[in-house]
Design a protein around this ligand. Structure first.
Ligand code: PXL
Length: 287
């Protein structure tokens, strides 16, 4: 049997609210990929719709963790980053990539910083500048449409997102350097919401759509990017990874709506995992 693939996941740990590491760990594991964690910040909850959350910056731990892994001879097939506290943590991520990435390590950067046309609390334009640089190191980037606009230096447009606007975003983001650009939360005029992937090498573009629901679902960007990152690292093609990750998000949202879970507590991805694992098994075979 071939060795298990391994991803270093570099995100915050928000204890309640199901996003970032609490999403990356179960989803990457369910994809059959080992997930090693470097927490960037420890919070009691994510920063959306919760007040007075606790917040402990873990910058001092990040490089020592990676350096220890390096001394232990651990190999990484993927490095997948998400929420970072500050541009300074972006610099630490650069150093971690330097330390841990080998020629065949896939670098996936999710430039988590904004949604619905606005930066998350504590983050601003300097974070965007740092993410622009991190995109030059990445093989795959997974911004949502707001982050895509900010990174591209274009105005954020509320939905519907016309074809011309989206194509311009893809083109500008491609120029930042990553081979694959995936934009989430695109709402075309025909209706629905979905994700769009562009492979700069082959020139192919793929869409995966689902019915649109009103409002914000916290953590769905992390859910999608975690599944996509693990599927790609395991060797799935871009199209099947996109569709499989999109189906996981779709089913998780449907379950959240059926249950009436308050939005800030995150989506019910737990019940969607069995069907997801079955799809993963269809792609790669059992094991
Ligand atoms: O899901 C993105 C995310 C990650 N981490 C933290 C957040 C958010 C979005 O609000 O607050 C801490």
């Amino acid at each position: 049997m071939e060795p298990l693939k391994r991803i270093a996941a570099i995100h915050d740990l928000s204890g309640l609210g199901k996003c970032s590491l609490t999403m990356a760990l179960p989803v990457i594991s369910a994809t059959g990929v080992e997930c090693s964690c470097i927490p960037t910040v420890l919070l009691s909850t994510h920063t959306g719709e919760f007040k007075d959350y606790t917040y402990k910056n873990l910058s001092d731990e990040m490089l020592p963790i990676a350096a220890h892994w390096r001394r232990e001879g651990a190999r990484f097939d993927g490095i997948y980053s998400g929420y970072l506290a500050s541009p300074a943590q972006g610099k630490l991520l650069e150093a971690i990539i330097d330390l841990l990435a080998e020629d065949d390590t896939m670098i996936i950067v999710d430039p988590v910083m904004a949604d619905n046309g606005e930066y998350y609390s504590n983050l601003g334009h300097d974070m965007c500048e740092e993410f622009r640089y991190l995109c030059t190191l990445a093989d795959v980037i997974t911004p949502n449409i707001t982050e895509a606009a900010f990174l591209a230096g274009m105005k954020y447009m509320p939905p519907p997102h016309g074809r011309g606007y989206v194509e311009k975003l893809l083109d500008r983001l491609g120029r930042l350097g990553s081979r694959r650009v995936v934009i989430t939360g695109v709402r075309p005029p025909e209706g629905g919401v979905g994700n769009l992937a562009f492979d700069r090498e082959s020139g192919e573009t793929f869409f995966a759509m689902r019915p649109a629901s009103e409002g914000v679902f916290y953590g769905t960007g992390d859910l999608f990017a975690s599944a996509l990152a693990a599927l790609l690292v395991r060797g799935a093609g871009l199209k099947e990874a996109l569709e499989t990750a999109n189906a996981l998000v779709d089913e998780s949202i449907q379950r959240t709506e059926l249950r009436g879970t308050p939005r800030r507590f995150g989506v019910n991805f737990e019940g969607a995992l069995p069907a997801y694992v079955r799809r993963v098994q269809e792609i790669f075979g059992e094991n």
